[in-house]
Ligand binder design. Sequence first.
Ligand code: SF4
Length: 328
Amino acid sequence: MSVKVGIPKALLFYYYYPQWKTFFTKLGVKTVISRDTTRGLLEKGLQSTVDEACLPVKLAVGHVLDLRDRVDYIFLPRMVSTAVREYICPKFLGFPDMVRNTIEGLPPLIDCNVDLYRRGSSPYEFFYSVGKLFTRNPARIFMAYRASFDALQQQYRALESGKLPCETDKSAIGTDAGQYSDLRIAVIGHPYNIYDRFISMNMIGRLRENGAHVVTADQLPEHVIRRESQKLPKKLFWTLNQRMTGAAYHYFARPDVHGVIHVASFGCGPDSMTGELIERFARRQTRKPLLNLTIDEHTGEAGMVTRLEAFLDMVRWRRSLEDVAATL
Ligand code: SF4
């Protein structure tokens, strides 16, 4: 029977799952992902974490608990940096330690470092450290790494063709009316917030049901994000927030995007700064509607739905005014 590695459906799962799954599969290791988020799963996470943690971290703890008794290892890579001279939020860095010190009865954690901060560092160092746990054959690890890298490139191509990360595996979020949508709305937020249907209260699905075509930062090529984020007076050293800011600036400038929604987590320091940067840009450089939403464990679904519907009504109303103005 093959070894089972559990992967929590949380944090950077939405970016890297196809790559991680391919790597483990090529090494003959079975991957098990935690179940979709539910109220019960979130509650378990809330009860096992410190109050100061942000919502996505609390939720990730719930996903670890969901895997605890079903797998031989839990995969919690210690995400330090995924780009040169940039960092991932420090909460990712300490996450494996937090889990180890707060949850009892865990299987061994695979918490090797992903650290690409220094120029010349390679993701292969991380994959080699993980692969060594399952085989002594370096060639096999290298082949698995190459295949995983191809899977990641394939995921990037799928995203740039218009898919969302949650649609590159089995589950789709609602139905996109595509060319029949009268609105195109950019949803800017951390992947673990906007693609988790429970935490986002199915925001993307609801926008789609209301006739909007949704675009996100993840569908933009890296060079576009980098170019746009250079509009900031100073480089942000948090990779995820730089992505969000660059994508928001890009979508504000696109005539075929009619509104932008920024989604932040309650208790997230980087998000409060990103929100401010996006809002200032919206005020000074564009007349495009912006909706700022902050989500936490107490956010009510009814309030969220009302705000989304009101936002879409306002965007449509503005468009109709612009159409009238164009005929004068
Ligand atoms: S970036 Fe914000 S939401 Fe994400 S882990 Fe860090 S504090 Fe939490």
